[in-house]
Design a protein around this ligand. Sequence first.
Ligand SMILES: NC(=O)c1ccc[n+]([C@@H]2O[C@H](COP(=O)([O-])OP(=O)(O)OC[C@H]3O[C@@H](n4cnc5c(N)ncnc54)[C@H](O)[C@@H]3O)[C@@H](O)[C@H]2O)c1
Length: 438
Amino acid sequence: MAAFTPPLLCAQSSIRTSTGTSQLVQISTVTNGVYTAANINNLVKFSSTRKIALQNSRNVSVKPVAASSSAVEGATSKSDSSMPGGEQKTMKVVGVFYKAHEYAKDPKFLGCAENALGLREFLESKGHTYIVTDDKEGDNCELEKHIPDMDILITTPFHPAYMTPERLKKAKNLKLILTAGVGSDHIDLHTAAEKGMTVAEVSGSNVVSVAEDELMRILILLRNFVPAHTQVSEGGWNVAAVAYKAFDLQGKTVGTVGSGRIGLELLKRLKAFDCKLLYYARHSMGEEKEKATGATWESDLDKFLAACDVVSINLPLSDKTRGMFNKEVLNKMKKGAMLVNNARGAIVDVDAVKEACESGQLGGYSGDVWYPQPPPEDHCWRYMPNQAMTPHISGTTIDAQARYAHGVQEMLEQYFSGKPLPEENYIVREGELAGQYQ
Ligand SMILES: NC(=O)c1ccc[n+]([C@@H]2O[C@H](COP(=O)([O-])OP(=O)(O)OC[C@H]3O[C@@H](n4cnc5c(N)ncnc54)[C@H](O)[C@@H]3O)[C@@H](O)[C@H]2O)c1
């Protein structure tokens, strides 16, 4: 790459972020001399001392700086063995999304099978074949027909296409699996790694959507909202039947298990409610984030559980977290504490949660994640007491759909032009699993 030149509209430029990393960005708009750069494409080696404000991973403000021949040491794009390297090969792309039927009319509803993440024109104009289906279960489903010759698979956690070792082994041409959203546990990541496949998701795309939803669930449980709403919808009126176990959030101890992107966003939101905030994590999130949230790190899970009135789970589903909230762990929580789980259904033991809701060990359980998805009609969580369950909705708001659809298109563009994907999106790369899945 040539030496740094002041950014022009629609040009690419290397910048150094406030966190010290260097990035290649696409300059898209300019207001009052401040350039907005989107589409962070690439990591480059770069030694400028210029600092810019990194607002979030996809939106950077860049002040133009005079050209300097010493600014760029040289851009080194890490090559990725799975990239087509700029070949013009046409590919078979398969997308698996939930069907929206009568709700699909609004074109902004990008996440459904009918609107196919808004990718059809983009893919077909490049000569690629784009097959989209919601039919993902069993040996005779539509997805199975395409597994042997698909090149790219796009899936979503909201309607997960379970990519078992058997399915991945049959997928002889499959090189790239993209998750429209966050959480790629529906893919057998170890097999994908063994087979040299790349798995990537749109990291950060729906973390605010989930954190807002978790805050809502915490309030819904504490206020005993669901029985109150059911009561009036059914023609009843009984204040006592709700008020006997309705509580304020203020003054309670609320904790998140996991303090990654969602855990942090939740803590930031909870700060306004004047509660005591704890987080359980493998590492401290650092002084700056602790100060910003007012949260305290507890590295001992037993002590953490014993202290919390409300616990929110914000972990990926991995070999280490599967079944983590079993009967023994639930019994370490305060009697009557509330549990919110928007992470993954399989992180908790289904029967242990049901029994704890029945016995009152859990004062309430709320979440939007199940295993499998969709769950059977007779799944016990639908019928247990003290629950505020929903289908998997928190990360698929219309706003989140726009972000993850954009993120998927961006990754496809990168892949087709032989460039690496945004660093933070990789879940499996060159045989290695991302840190959060280890
Ligand atoms: N319900 C939804 O719609 C929805 C949407 C987005 C994400 N999610 C789920 O939430 C999860 C978290 O998302 P995120 O964006 O915050 O991810 P993240 O990678 O930013 O954070 C995950 C955190 O968990 C920690 N962690 C992993 N294993 C751990 C262990 N064994 N013990 C303690 N900590 C551990 C990691 O160190 C990391 O800090 C996703 O993996 C996904 O499963 C759900």
